[in-house]
Design a protein around this ligand. Structure first.
Ligand code: COA
Length: 184
C-alpha cells in the first residue's frame, strides 16, 4: 500500500478499491454531506444500498479503475475512471473527498495518481461532468492539464482533459480559471 502526504502533515494510505470494500464505501457515503453527495452524483442518493451503487465496486483495473485514500482504516476519498465503451482512449472520471478532508490537497493528489495510472494504460483524455458552480472540481481538473477544455450547458460543465503531458507541480492562480458565462 502506498502513502499520500498532504501539505498539512497528514498521511493517508493509497490503494486500489477492492470488491469487498462495499461496507467502507457505505460508511463513507453516510459521512458525506448532502451537498457533497449531490456534487458527486449530480442527484440526491437517499440509499447507498441501491443496486446501481454496487457498480462502484466493479473495478477490473482495465476498463474501470478506482483508487481509494484511507485514514485510520476508513476510506475518505475515491477517484475513479471508466473507459468510454465507444472510445476506450477516453475515460469518464468521478472523485469524492469526505467533507472534513476537502480543501487540503487530497483530491488533487488522488486525481494526479489516477491520471498517471491512466496515462500508463494508454488513456488519452479524461471526461467529467460537474455542476456549473463546482469551483473546486473545476480547479482540480484545470490543474491536471493546461489544455483542459470546459463547456457550460444548462447548469453543468463538461470537461475534457487531455492526459498527454504530466501536470505542472505549481497551482494556477484563481484568476486564470475562466468564469462561468452569465445565465441566459
Ligand atoms: C471536488 C473535490 C473532489 C476536490 O477535492 P479536494 O480535496 O477538496 O480539493 P483540493 O484540496 O485537492 O483542491 C483542488 C483545487 O480546488 C481548489 N479548492 C478546494 N476547495 C475549494 C473551495 N472551497 N473553493 C474554491 N476552490 C477550492 C483548490 O484551491 C485547488 O485548486 P488549485 O490547485 O488551483 O489551488 C472535493 O471537493 C469533493 O469531493 N467535492 C464533492 C464531490 C465533487 O464535486 N466531485 C467532483 C465531481 S465528480
Amino acid at each position: 500500500m502506498a502513502s499520500l502526504h498532504l501539505a498539512d502533515g497528514s498521511s493517508l494510505q493509497l490503494r486500489p478499491l477492492e470488491p469487498d470494500d462495499g461496507e467502507l464505501l457505505v460508511r463513507l457515503f453516510f459521512r458525506l454531506s448532502a451537498e457533497t453527495v449531490y456534487r458527486r452524483f449530480l442527484s440526491p442518493i437517499p440509499d447507498p444500498y441501491r443496486p446501481e451503487m454496487r457498480r462502484l465496486l466493479e473495478v477490473d483495473h482495465r476498463r474501470r479503475e478506482a483508487l481509494a485514500a484511507l485514514s485510520e482504516g476508513e476510506v475518505v476519498a475515491v477517484a475513479r475512471y471508466a473507459r468510454d465503451a465507444a472510445d476506450p482512449d477516453v475515460a469518464e472520471i468521478a472523485i469524492v473527498v469526505e467533507d472534513g478532508w476537502q480543501g487540503r490537497g487530497l483530491g488533487r493528489l488522488l486525481t494526479r495518481r489516477l491520471a498517471a495510472l491512466a496515462r500508463r494504460r494508454g488513456i488519452a483524455a479524461f471526461h467529467a461532468t460537474m455542476l456549473g458552480d463546482n469551483r473546486p472540481a473545476l480547479r482540480l481538473l484545470r490543474g491536471l492539464s493546461e489544455a483542459a477544455r470546459f463547456r457550460w450547458s444548462t447548469g453543468e460543465i463538461e470537461a475534457e482533459v487531455p492526459l498527454t503531458r504530466e501536470p505542472a507541480d505549481t497551482s494556477r492562480p484563481r484568476s486564470e480559471i475562466p468564469p462561468a458565462p452569465a445565465p441566459r
